[in-house]
Design a protein around this ligand. Structure first.
Ligand SMILES: Cc1ncc(C[n+]2csc(CCOP(=O)(O)OP(=O)(O)O)c2C)c(N)n1
Ligand SMILES: [Mg+2]
Length: 602
């Protein structure tokens, strides 16, 4: 058998099995060593190929696709530093629980560690930040090898999608010549079928359900916290339970619980503002806390959870990743959140039907939370409605008002995701929210939003800071190539605005050079480079008109809002001061985004 035939059989078997296992999209970059995989993937009749030039952007684009449609996406690159450029997105995928199948091409064993060009040590390149990694066999058409390579494809997808999803890495050594023959599918066909995995989520045991239900019935001052998570079904289940037991649901903007038809009076989204107020935190002392999802964006909320470490706190986790950096939880339960909530709903309903009574007078507890929420929202509305030019917070408050139903908001790290969480309210209008919060890098956000947009039927709006935008300007090539419906709101405060909220702001001597890092860039020519419409706006009317025009126009548009970092800091401070006053507790307000522990810049 010629090398070309062997490659066609072996690599073809792998690619067919990837498709069988559920991989519909592959994002890849050019290179020589990856030729066998690139050609066989391209020749597959059904797999869709997305080409990119920059591996870092490529991997982040794939990550955005996988986040948006919650399906595995494969990425492929050549050997050497190309594979290292996948790393930021691989680490984000690992932390955030996103299914990525990472395929890297490599030199064969005899060319490793002997001075061959474009060769680095790629074995276990991503360390412990992949769920599985395997060094693949050299191409070989023996039945054992073909069975193995197909099993590896099925297993890679199954491991990657199981429980808390994540990346897997397969490193493929290839010896030259690298071009597979064009064998017809029938000639390539190998006996048997691919091994497929069927991941299933952990269902809660009846013991777990009854332990939590007992808390529900005996503790009337209870709180449910929903942190970042991507299952759209959780919202309906968790809010139904909350309504039955009269607990407030503190819904992180990335929890998918804040906005949608399931929304009811238990769902709160303005707590980041009012939990900065110490008297309010004192007054809202809970007896029991039930938590879902990853670490909330809001530091005041994390502060609240730390403050009440002494009350029973149960954290529900999809697997053994205990996402509780402050160690506030007393108990961690491994279960699928949505299944657990539906089991809890059934259990609570059953107990109520048996005329078991919820202890305590529950109305005042929920009403106190709702009152804090109402007072905050009313104050924010007055403050933002009166703005002459759109502030960074106002950008999110106003976005909520004009966003089309079912749109996806992708938030950049640093202040955008925090301002989204703080100022984008809760409502019955459906919307979903994404961000790269696994490793909270500012390095691939443009690409991830573009990836999410190509997989979404709905409008995607990316809100991003200028430093993050600069970081991934390369990613804009995908806007030109694939032109999905994406509105980019570029919040340009000429540097890292978040750092003004941190203690190092007090050291003004070195602050601008080390943290503020003004760059003075005009981004209009960058938009022009990629042929994208670019508009700079300032007043609320201009902003609204530009947003609406972008929603009506197919493709990618960039709207730039220029703000001033010092004014932004003062605007946040005075809002929170006034919110506290409105809550009738004007003292002791903490002005940093991280109110209890210092905010780590992420
Ligand atoms: C890859 C990476 N490098 C550095 C950081 C640290 N960092 C966190 S926020 C930030 C500044 C971001 O500025 P910008 O995107 O303009 O947002 P702003 O703070 O102005 O809202 C930096 C450098 C990071 N999170 N990720
Ligand atoms: Mg900035």
């Amino acid at each position: 058998m010629t090398q070309g035939e062997t490659l066609a059989k072996y690599v073809g078997a792998f690619v067919d099995a990837l498709w069988d296992a559920g991989v519909e999209d592959v994002c890849l970059c050019p290179g020589s060593r990856s030729t066998p995989l690139a050609l066989m993937i391209m020749r597959h009749e059904r797999i869709k190929v997305w080409t990119h030039l920059d591996e870092r952007s490529c991997a982040f684009f794939a990550l955005g696709m996988a986040k948006a449609n919650r399906r595995p996406v494969a990425i492929l690159c050549s050997s050497g530093t190309a594979a290292v450029n996948f790393a930021p997105a691989v680490f984000e995928a690992f932390n955030a629980g996103v299914s990525l199948i990472v395929l890297t091409a490599d030199r064969p064993q005899e060319l490793r560690d002997v001075g061959a060009t474009q060769t680095i040590d790629q074995v276990h390149l991503y360390g412990r930040s992949v769920k599985w990694s395997a060094e693949m066999l050299l191409p070989d058409a023996a039945p054992e090898s073909l069975r193995y390579v197909r099993m590896a494809a099925g297993r890679a997808v199954a491991v990657s999608s199981d429980g808390h999803p994540g990346p897997v890495h397969l490193n493929f050594p290839f010896r030259e010549p690298l071009v597979p023959d064009r064998l017809p599918a029938a000639a390539r066909a190998v006996e048997g079928r691919a091994t497929l995995g069927f991941p299933s989520l952990p269902r809660p045991s009846s013991r777990v359900v009854s332990v939590i239900a007992r808390h529900f019935f005996s503790q009337h001052r209870g709180v449910i916290v929903c942190g970042p998570q991507d299952d759209p079904a959780l919202a309906q289940e968790v809010t139904s339970v909350a309504q039955l037991i009269h607990y407030p649901v503190l819904a992180d903007v990335l929890s998918q619980v804040r906005c949608g038809e399931h929304h009811n009076a238990t769902v709160l989204g303005a707590y980041d503002n009012f939990l900065r107020d110490r008297p309010t935190v004192d007054a809202l002392r809970p007896e029991f806390i039930l938590r879902f999802g990853a670490t909330p964006v809001s530091k005041p909320l994390s502060g609240y959870l730390q403050r009440y470490r002494d009350v029973p706190q149960i954290l529900v986790s999809p697997d053994l990743t205990w996402r509780d950096p402050d160690q506030s939880a007393e108990t961690v339960i491994t279960a699928d959140a949505t299944s657990l909530c539906s089991a809890l709903r059934a259990e609570v309903t059953k107990r109520l039907e048996r005329t078991m009574e919820l202890e305590g007078d529950r109305e005042p507890w929920l009403a106190a939370w709702q009152q804090a929420e109402r007072s905050t929202v009313s104050h924010l509305s007055t403050a933002f409605a009166g703005e002459a030019s759109v502030s960074e917070g106002g950008a999110f408050w106003q976005l909520e008002r004009v966003l089309p139903d079912k749109a996806i908001v992708f938030a950049g790290n640093s202040m955008p995701v925090r301002d989204l969480d703080t100022f984008f309210g809760s409502s019955t209008r459906p919307a979903s929210f994404l961000a790269n919060r696994g490793a909270s890098g500012i390095d691939g956000v443009v690409s991830s939003a573009l990836g999410a947009a190509v997989k979404s039927q709905e409008r995607v709006v990316l809100a991003i800071g200028d430093v993050s935008f600069y970081h991934d300007m390369n990613g804009l090539l995908a806007a030109r190539r694939y032109n999905p419906n994406l509105t980019i709101v570029l919040i340009n405060n000429d540097g890292g605005g978040i750092f003004s909220f941190l203690p190092q702001y007090d050291d003004q001597d070195d602050f601008e050079a080390l943290f503020g890092t003004p760059h003075g860039l005009d981004f209009a020519p960058a938009a022009e480079l990629y042929g994208l419409p670019f508009e700079r706006v300032s007043t609320p009317a201009e902003y609204e008109t530009a947003l609406r025009a972008s929603f009506d126009r197919p493709g990618v548009s960039i709207i730039e809002l220029r703000t001033i970092r010092t004014e932004n800091l003062e605007a946040h401070r005075s809002l929170w001061r006034d919110v506290a006053t409105a809550l009738n507790a004007p003292t002791d307000v903490d002005h940093t985004p991280g109110s209890v522990t210092p905010l780590a810049a992420q």
